[in-house]
Design a protein. Structure first.
Length: 306
């Protein structure tokens, strides 16, 4: 690749004729000219020493001029290479800083979402624990004589609570998987868009390198504005998706809370029915005992009368 771009640069700088070809052609012409002059001087035989000195002096001057031109060309080439490397390094550094800021922002948002979910779970557990303590206190106060029934009802309530918690955990894991898939899809789309923008920018730079500096600066400003607009659009879309996910998560949590409240209400109604049934049984037993006492009284009277 370096050799390829060097040949392209040399062709764009010097045209179709390379410096090595020009140097060989120049040496051949100098040799031909020197040999022709020497042959002409040898044939004619006039002023051989002075002509040799002039030819040597001319060849020495031409050699000095060619060396100075070659040093100037090498110096200009080094300056162009340094400018190109500096520009590419500055663009890479700017893109790297943008990418690092975006990664820090994504980590902060992910940490905030985790802390919020933990706080909501802790709040739900604390509310459930308070409700459970109030119910147990009332149950102990009202049903101190029916321990076996209370233990059975407590076991049934715990099984319902554990089943509801399992359903909530499955739903939470499913939502977490969906969120991770959406995040990976967004990241892949961003990488693809960034690669496409960088490829288009490199092609555009290679095609329009020979233009003037002012046009290059204007095109570079246009590219930066386009990249900033794309990044702004992507940020807005990502913010909308994040809000939609947050709204969906709130709806799921509210539905789970409503389902848990319905289960608790049904369980409380069932407890009230059981307590009423126990009271009715106690009243029936008391009535039966009273009836037995009456019968025994009349039986005693009948025996005494007999």
């Amino acid at each position: 690749l370096a050799r390829k771009f060097f040949h392209l640069w040399a062709k764009m700088t010097f045209g179709q004729v390379l410096p090595s070809t020009a140097r060989c052609f120049y040496d051949q012409k100098i040799l031909q000219k020197t040999f022709g002059e020497w042959k002409e001087q040898w044939a004619v035989g006039r002023e051989e020493l002075s002509l040799r000195a002039d030819n040597h002096y001319r060849h020495f001057l031409l050699n000095l001029v060619f060396k100075a031109w070659r040093a100037y060309v090498c110096q200009q080439q080094g300056k162009r290479n340094k400018c190109y490397v500096a520009e590419s390094h500055a663009k890479k550094q700017t893109l790297l800083r943008t990418w690092q800021h975006w990664l820090v922002y994504v980590d902060v948002q992910r940490t905030k979402r985790g802390m919020q979910s933990v706080a909501l779970a802790f709040r739900e557990r604390s509310c459930l624990r308070i409700s459970w303590a109030v119910w147990r206190r009332q149950c102990y106060q009202k049903c101190s004589g029916h321990k076996m029934n209370i233990l059975a009802l407590q076991h049934w309530a715990q099984s319902l609570q554990f089943r509801a918690w399992l359903q909530w955990r499955e739903l939470y894991l499913h939502t977490q998987d969906e969120r991770q898939k959406d995040t990976r899809a967004v990241t892949h789309h961003q990488h693809w868009e960034l690669r496409r923008c960088v490829g288009a920018w490199l092609g555009y730079l290679n095609l329009h390198r020979v233009k003037k500096r002012q046009n290059e600066l204007a095109q570079e400003f246009h590219r930066s504005r386009t990249l900033q607009r794309c990044f702004s659009d992507w940020q807005l879309s990502w913010e909308c998706r994040r809000r939609m996910h947050a709204h969906r998560r709130d709806l799921d949590k509210q539905a789970a809370r409503i389902a848990l409240w319905r289960v608790f209400a049904r369980w409380r109604h069932y407890v009230v029915l059981c307590v009423e049934e126990a009271q009715q049984c106690e009243l029936a037993e008391k009535h039966y005992q009273c009836h037995l006492l009456v019968l025994q009284k009349y039986w005693n009277r009948w025996k005494s009368h007999l």
